[in-house]
Design a protein around this ligand. Structure first.
Ligand code: G4P
Ligand code: NA
Ligand code: NA
Length: 194
C-alpha cells in the first residue's frame, strides 16, 4: 500500500451507499504533511509534462491543488460553482451534474486566467462519476489550452468516471483507487498500482 492507501485504511470511514468519509485528513480537516506527499507524488508522476498551471474546482479540490501547485511552482486556478443565471461573456462556462447532490452546478472560470498558451494539470480530491472532471476538461477546451494530465487523490474505481476519462485518452493518475468497500466490516480494497 502507498502512503495514501495506508491513511485511508487507518482513518477513512466507510459509510452506507458506497461513501468513503475522509474528512479527518482530506476534505474537512486537512493534513498538510499528507498533502505535501501527494503534491510530490503528482510531481513525480507528471515529471515529463510541460505543466504551467493547475486547475481545480471548489471546494475540496482547492487545498490539494494549492499544495501541488507549490511542488510544481506554478499558479493554481479554481473553477467556481455559480448559481447565477446571468453569466457575462468574460467567463468559460460548463454544466456539471452532481449525482450525489442531484443537481446541476454551473462551473465558471474567468477568461483572464486560462488561454491557448496553458498546459494544464487538473487536480481534484475525488473521482466518482467524472462529471466534475468533464466540466473542467470542457473549460480547458473552450480556452484552447492543453490538458497535460489529471491527478486525483481518491478514485472510486467501481464508478464509471475513471474508465471514461482514460478511454478519452487523458493521462489520469489516481493516488488511491478504491475497488470495493464494505460498510458492515469497514473494509476497503484497493486496485493494485505499479
Ligand atoms: P463526479 O464529479 O465524479 O461525477 O462526482 P459525483 O457527482 O458522483 O459526486 C459529487 C460530490 O461528492 C463531489 O464533490 C465528490 O467529490 C463527492 N464524492 C463522491 N463520492 C464521494 C465519497 O465516497 N466520499 C466523499 N467524501 N465525497 C465523495 P462536490 O460536491 O463536487 O464538491 P465539494 O464541494 O465537496 O468539493
Ligand atoms: Na467533494
Ligand atoms: Na471535489
Amino acid at each position: 500500500m502507498n502512503f495514501l492507501e495506508e491513511r485511508i485504511v487507518k482513518d477513512g470511514v466507510v459509510k452506507a451507499g458506497n461513501i468513503l468519509k475522509v474528512d479527518s485528513f482530506l476534505n474537512h480537516q486537512m493534513d498538510m504533511r499528507l498533502f505535501r506527499q501527494m503534491g510530490e507524488e503528482f510531481k513525480r508522476r507528471f515529471a515529463d509534462k510541460p505543466i504551467n498551471k493547475i486547475l481545480t474546482i471548489e471546494a475540496s479540490g482547492i487545498g490539494i491543488a494549492c499544495v501541488a501547485a507549490e511542488c510544481f511552482d506554478v499558479p493554481v486556478v479554481f473553477a467556481k460553482k455559480s448559481q447565477s443565471v446571468n453569466i457575462d461573456g468574460d467567463v468559460y462556462v460548463s454544466e456539471v451534474e452532481s449525482f450525489t447532490h442531484k443537481r446541476v452546478n454551473r462551473v465558471i472560470v474567468s477568461k483572464k486566467f486560462l488561454g491557448p498558451e496553458d498546459h494544464i494539470l487538473i487536480i481534484d480530491d475525488f473521482l466518482a462519476n467524472g462529471c466534475a472532471l468533464q466540466g473542467l476538461i470542457s473549460i480547458v477546451d473552450q480556452a484552447g489550452g492543453t490538458v497535460e494530465g489529471i491527478g486525483i487523490a481518491i478514485e472510486k474505481g467501481f464508478q464509471p468516471g475513471g474508465a471514461k476519462i482514460r478511454e478519452m485518452g487523458y493521462p489520469l493518475e489516481s493516488l488511491a483507487i478504491v475497488e470495493s468497500m464494505d460498510d458492515a466490516t469497514g473494509t476497503v480494497v484497493f486496485r493494485p498500482q505499479p
